[in-house]
Design a protein around this ligand. Sequence first.
Ligand SMILES: [Zn+2]
Length: 92
Amino acid sequence: MDAEKYSRSITLLCPTCGSTDLTDQGADDGAQIAVCSSCGLEINKDDLISENSENIAAHVKEIGQEISRDFAAEIRKSLREAWGGSKYFKVK
Ligand SMILES: [Zn+2]
């Protein structure tokens, strides 16, 4: 698969209030924590990504029908690897 072709940014949303203003608060017991500056929700990155599965799935649908469902799993994997303090994640 030509990964570059499907490169895009996905904005993760706060699952509670829908804000995109999430701040990386660093690691806590091995899990990286994001804090929503709108409602104060603290959520670890794995939960955040899983809460955003629908959002991610919508992007996958947008990209095109030719992509297998496995690509959603690839994006989630990329998001985990790309995590690093930015609320925008470059997915390749
Ligand atoms: Zn929030």
